[in-house]
Write a protein that binds this ligand. Sequence first.
Ligand code: 6PG
Length: 242
Amino acid sequence: MIKLHRFPDLEALSRTAAQALTTVAKACLAAQGRFTLALSGGSTPRCLYEVLATDHPADLPWSATHLFWGDERYVPADDPASNYRLVREALLDHVPLPPANIHPLDTTQAPVEIVAASYETTLREFFIGDWPRFDLVLLGLGDDGHTASLFPGTSAFIEQQRWVTVGEAPLAPLIRLTLTLPVLNHAARVWFLVAGTSKQKALQRALKGEGPAGAVRPVAGEVIWWVDEAAGAGLPALTEVP
Ligand code: 6PG
């Protein structure tokens, strides 16, 4: 089932998504004793991470929450382009998350294939079963329709066996690590955060099932698109959950 929420701006989108994420985290804690969350990189989710830190430092069950990354750039953890650094600055430095619950990719390893293989080992040791089932995966949307670091026309996008692979981006940083499409499609929930007029065309194509973002259709899970008015302008009438 695909739902779409539309908001006046990124701030309103992020505040509502943060509340909904907290509710999901509590439900997962009650049902299974933990909450597994794969984080998105890029600029759009920064606001959500900051709101989680400021508005939900105590009500989100941080001690039972495990953070992973949906993708990472092949740069040092303190590089301005690092998705780990984004999350550390916006969230990790401000909430009581046990260090053992933080599962970043180790981009100090070389060659880059080792980073992908060791993160896949991390996931296989954490999740039981043929595929990892994240309770929630946060994703963004590129103007070209990519999501995570699954770019159109790349081998990463069509990878069907590995859980983590090396992604090639058309813009710097060129070398990336990414969860593969089968992993995304085994998640219980996938939430896309999309803001800005530059995303309008990519959003419309993705909602029609086109491109890497459009291929994210969990076999047994929900997809929710959290969009602002700028990105969602011109969309046909879709189910909008208040
Ligand atoms: C990354 C993200 C990437 C991002 C989109 C949108 O590492 O950059 O995983 O998929 O979500 O490129 O980026 P913005 O949010 O910056 O528009």
